[in-house]
Design a binder for this molecule. Structure first.
Ligand code: SAM
Ligand code: DTB
Ligand code: SF4
Length: 308
């Protein structure tokens, strides 16, 4: 598979959209059936009070956000939510926890039970739980986990401006542990936090040069939340999202590119352009983790229009 360096990536980013989308479409069509589209539902299984200080995140304990905090939920609640997601046509069920790292003991065992429950419903199971060790990753794999989401979020350089309680290398360590356990890696980032195109290109360079590159790449637009340091950030330009998606598709041809958070602010036309540029997954359901998501009926209409 072609390897892309920073200069290649920057050249792609600044191509005329006409050429960029054409390239991305060609790549997409070579590697996926047109109708292959993944709907991933999200559930927050542990909400708020996170010790990390990620400036974008409503769940950090460092900021004063109006948020209903919740300890790790019961397995029965996960079962109900996963059943509903399945009924609504979701393919994947992703459980997110506001942890710095996955704890041991009672909570760990509960998470294992949650994964088993989701798998028993014949849904793909994904979790995002903060840092994990290789031993923990192997236990999650044994329970049937398909994918682990752990984002690098931005370039190694800009990371320091966004988070002070951990470093970029620690993110890569967890990704290695997930890989070693044979779990699919879901790893992407956020645009709209004040980063430059250079940072965006560097983030994509890191992702594309992971060996192998992630099986899925969520591209989020910042959801600015009142009380967080990034609450007043300008919304992204819709075409910036189209460009990010297209370049992700070209440099990681077989990955599942997910048009992720921030989709609510994008028109159906922009979302459609993102699909034409190679996005073949969305987060699907009333809510993301703590913020609202697009209406499911509208999403179903849009996907039907796109891929039948
Ligand atoms: N605590 C774990 C971690 O940080 O990996 C898992 C949950 S955390 C909420 C998962 C991801 O959600 C973050 O890496 C970030 O990419 C995304 N995220 C959080 N808040 C966001 C926001 N306001 N806008 C866009 N994406 C956000
Ligand atoms: C990812 O890349 N985006 C999702 C998921 N992985 C876990 C989270 C988006 C969170 C948006 C803000 C919120 O709802 O709290
Ligand atoms: Fe915690 Fe994850 Fe939010 Fe950072 S992104 S504050 S680690 S929940």
């Amino acid at each position: 598979m072609t390897k892309f360096n920073l200069e290649d990536i920057k050249k792609l980013i600044f191509l005329p959209l006409n050429d960029l989308i054409f390239m991305a479409q060609n790549t997409h069509k070579k590697h996926f059936k047109t109708n292959d589209f993944q709907l991933a539902s999200l559930m927050s299984i542990k909400t708020g009070s996170c010790p990390e200080d990620c400036k974008y995140c409503p769940q950090s304990a460092h900021f004063n956000v109006d948020l209903k905090k919740e300890k790790l939920v019961e397995v029965s609640k996960v079962k109900k939510a996963a059943e509903l997601a399945k009924q609504n046509g979701a393919d994947r069920f992703c459980m997110g926890a506001a942890w710095k790292k996955l704890p041991e003991g009672k909570d760990f065992n509960k998470v294992i039970e949650m994964i088993r429950t989701v798998k028993s419903l014949e849904l793909e199971a994904c979790v995002t739980l903060g840092s994990i060790t290789e031993v923990q990753a192997k236990e999650l794999k044994k329970a049937g986990l398909d994918a682990y989401n752990h984002n690098i979020d931005t370039s190694p350089e800009f990371y320091k401006e966004i988070i002070s309680t951990r470093n970029f290398e620690e993110r890569l360590d967890t990704i290695k542990n997930v890989r070693k356990a044979g779990i699919s890696v879901c790893c992407g980032g956020i645009i709209g936090m004040g980063e430059t195109w250079d940072d965006r290109a560097k983030m994509l360079e890191v992702l594309a040069n992971l060996d192998p590159f992630p099986e899925s790449v969520p591209i989020n637009a910042l959801v600015p939340t009142k009380g967080t340091p990034l609450e007043n950030r300008e919304p992204i330009k819709p075409f910036d999202m189209v460009r990010m998606i297209a370049v992700t598709r070209i440099i990681m041809p077989t990955t599942r590119v997910r048009l992720s958070a921030g989709r609510k602010e994008l028109s159906p036309e922009t979302q459609m352009l993102c699909f034409l540029a190679g996005a073949n997954s969305i987060f699907y359901g009333d809510t993301l983790l703590t913020t609202a998501n697009n209406e499911m009926v509208e999403d179903r209409k849009l996907i039907a229009e796109f891929s039948g």
